[in-house]
Design a protein around this ligand. Structure first.
Ligand code: RNT
Ligand code: ZN
Length: 425
């Protein structure tokens, strides 16, 4: 693809800017807002959710990374290098979402319930040197004690205790990370616990889960350093009939205990709109964490793309002005394509959706609505779909010195040739 000269991109931007101005939308205001938005990229897209514990167990928990595209990161250094490459292709300053299973414990493994902030020192130093924030997740899967798919709801007290201790250790790690980076680290609890077939007892596991969560959250920690989030799921492979941590369960829990709720866009019924949930839930809880993903059939973890669903969420974020209380993470893992491309495609799609939302004449739409002009509202919503967002996006990429659309894959291919293809095992 031939490159478009910077002067041409600037020229198109100036024309687009006038176009938007005529609708009462200032592109520079939109771009300034976009600059301030940090997305949290899932570290686990870089190595198919394997982590670095060498426990030699299956991923489990109803999670499955399918595909064997060459070049998966095999060490923390490789993963960080790959993330650096992805960040070079994404405009703005973003965050990385870590799992406890990505601890660096030296040659000896450390049990998850004994993990310490020190096991993430290298991650923190790396994040700090790039001005990036980090988020965190206790890992309640891929472990011998989660082999039966049960963790915090486990009927065995000792097993449950192990996972509670892991939850407590993770919160302390998140707090230490947030303190050292000077930005709060969101610690998100997701557990796989559920039942393949119709359970005889739906109540007891949820009572155990409530008690376990309360035990994990007991220690007060500084909200400037860490924020607690809880994530629901509709079903997983092997938990088709019952999931203890369902949406209703965690919504109620988050309201009662003042926690953040994580909405993973792959964890709802296929026709259920997640965008509508923002303004319904945010009045009742301190904040939301989004796991932007793309559900396809049974899988909840395809690479996020520029879909109507994503656009609708972006519109809601902008129109409700929720940015201060909504943390935007991506959550997917696709082992069948280049993993740096996967990060970049998802992040650029989310940023584009946000930019398009920021450039939509929402003020004018709200005015039409207030005046009862619903024909005018629908007409403007439709007309807005063909606005020249792309010219503004191209200019944003130029300004941030990241490659343009149709160009950035060249860098991914070069990295694949020079770096990924050398990884043979
Ligand atoms: C699983 C949840 C959870 C995980 C990550 C790896 O269904 O979405 O967020 O994807 O923690
Ligand atoms: Zn998720």
């Amino acid at each position: 693809m031939t490159k478009i000269r910077p002067a041409r991109i600037e020229q198109s931007y100036r024309t687009a800017r006038q176009h938007f101005e005529a609708l009462g939308v200032e592109t520079e205001v939109a771009l300034a807002k976009l600059e301030g938005i940090a997305l949290s990229l899932p570290c686990w897209q870089g190595d198919d959710v394997r982590g670095f514990e060498s426990l030699d167990v299956e991923l489990g928990g109803g999670l499955a990374a399918t595909g064997n595209y060459p070049g998966r990161a095999r060490s923390p250094d490789e993963l960080r290098r790959d993330l650096d490459q992805a960040f070079a292709l994404i405009p703005g300053r973003h965050r990385v979402n870590l799992h406890a299973s990505y601890a660096e414990t030296g040659r000896h493994g450390v049990p998850r319930n004994e993990l310490q902030p020190a096991h993430f020192d290298t991650w923190v130093a790396w994040a700090k040197s790039h001005g990036r924030g980090l988020d965190f997740n206790p890992t309640f899967f891929a472990h011998p004690l989660a082999a039966d798919g049960l963790t915090l709801t486990h009927p065995d007290r000792a097993t449950r205790r192990f996972w509670i201790e892991h939850g407590i250790a993770s919160r302390r790690i998140a707090a230490a990370i947030g303190r050292r980076l000077g930005k709060p680290c969101v610690n998100n609890v997701w557990i796989p616990d559920g039942s393949k077939d119709t359970p005889a007892d739906r109540r007891a596991p949820r009572e155990r889960l409530t008690a376990a969560l309360d035990a994990i959250f007991k220690e007060p920690l500084n909200g400037r350093h860490m924020l607690d989030a809880v994530e629901s799921k509709l079903f997983g492979i092997g938990s088709e009939s019952y999931v203890a941590g369902s949406h209703d369960f965690y919504l109620a829990y988050a309201v009662a205990r003042r926690k953040l709720l994580c909405l993973d866009t792959g964890h709802f019924h296929p026709t259920e709109g997640v965008a509508d949930k923002l303004s319904a839930i945010l009045p009742w809880i301190p904040g939301l964490l989004l796991h932007l993903s793309r559900g396809v059939r049974w899988d909840s973890d395809h690479v996020a793309t520029y879909t109507d669903d994503l656009r609708a969420i972006a519109d809601e974020l902008v129109r409700g002005n929720w940015f201060g209380r909504v943390h935007i993470g991506l959550d997917y893992f696709d082992a069948s394509i280049n993993r740096i491309a996967a990060w970049t495609i998802g992040a650029r799609a989310v940023l584009k959706a946000l930019l398009a939302a920021l450039l939509t004449p929402s003020g004018a739409l709200k005015q039409l609505e207030a005046g009862g002009d619903f024909s005018g509202r629908l007409a403007m919503m439709e007309d807005a779909k063909a606005l020249p967002f792309g010219a503004v996006w191209d200019f944003h990429c130029l300004r941030h010195n990241v490659p343009q659309d149709f160009q950035w894959m060249d860098e991914v291919r070069a990295y694949e040739r020079n770096v990924l293809s050398q990884r043979t095992s």
